[in-house]
Design a protein around this ligand. Structure first.
Ligand SMILES: [Zn+2]
Length: 197
C-alpha cells in the first residue's frame, strides 16, 4: 500500500477506494496476510462499461473490438429472428428512419457503397433489439453497440441493413437471421439485385 501511495501520490483513503472499485469489477483480489493481486482477465466483469473503455485504449483493444463484433453479430442474428415475429409498426418505423441517414464512405467516389452514419447505425440496432422483445438483448446489445467501433471492424452496409428491414416486414425470420449475419461483414454474395425495386 505504501508503495502504491508513493507511486501514484495518492492518500491511503483514495487508494483504498480505488482498489475497492477494481475489486468490485473483479480485476483484483485480496486476502488478509497474503496481499492484493491482479486477477486473470477471465474473472473480470468484462461487460462493465469502465472495463470496456479501459480495455479499448489498452494493449488488447483490437482483440476486444473483434470479440465485441462477434458478440454484436450473434445478438443481431437472434434479435432479427425474434423481431420478425414480434416487431411492431413502430419497430419498422424506427428502422426506416435510421436507414434515411446514409453516407458514402469514400466520398466523393460515387461508386462507393453507402453506409449508415454511426449514430443512425446505433439507432437501427437499438430498434432491432427492442423489436426482439428480449430485455437482455436490449441491454447487452446497446452496451455492445455503444462500445463497437465500426471503423475498426467493418462499416455497416446500408444495403444489408435495408435488406434486413424488408425481411422483417415480410415476417420472414429465416431470411432476417441470414441477412443479420452480414450486417457488418462484407459478403460478395449479396448483390444490388437482392433489393426489391
Ligand atoms: Zn449496423
Amino acid at each position: 500500500m505504501d508503495h502504491l501511495m508513493g507511486k501514484f501520490k495518492a492518500s491511503r483513503t483514495i487508494l483504498r477506494e480505488a482498489l475497492g472499485i477494481l475489486r468490485g469489477k473483479g480485476m483484483i483480489d485480496a486476502k488478509p496476510s497474503v496481499g492484493t493481486w491482479v486477477t486473470e482477465n477471465r474473472d473480470w466483469r468484462i461487460l462493465d462499461p469502465d472495463i470496456l473503455s479501459w480495455r479499448a485504449d489498452g494493449a488488447d483493444g483490437a482483440a476486444q473490438a473483434h470479440d465485441l463484433a462477434e458478440l454484436g453479430q450473434a445478438i443481431d442474428v437472434e434479435a432479427a429472428r425474434l423481431a420478425a415475429v414480434r416487431g411492431t409498426d413502430s419497430t419498422f418505423t424506427a428502422l426506416q428512419q435510421a436507414l434515411m441517414c446514409t453516407r458514402h464512405r469514400n466520398a466523393p467516389q460515387v461508386n462507393a457503397p453507402p453506409t449508415l452514419q454511426p449514430s443512425a447505425d446505433r439507432a437501427f440496432h437499438r430498434a432491432l433489439f427492442e423489436g426482439s422483445g428480449n430485455q437482455f438483448f436490449v441491454y447487452i446489445g446497446n452496451l455492445v453497440a455503444s462500445h463497437f467501433d465500426p471503423g475498426r471492424f467493418c462499416y455497416g452496409s446500408a444495403r444489408h441493413h435495408e435488406l434486413l428491414l424488408y425481411a422483417l416486414q415480410r415476417r420472414d425470420a429465416k431470411a432476417a437471421g441470414e441477412v443479420a449475419t452480414h450486417l457488418h461483414i462484407e459478403d460478395p454474395r449479396m448483390k444490388n439485385d437482392d433489393l426489391p425495386a
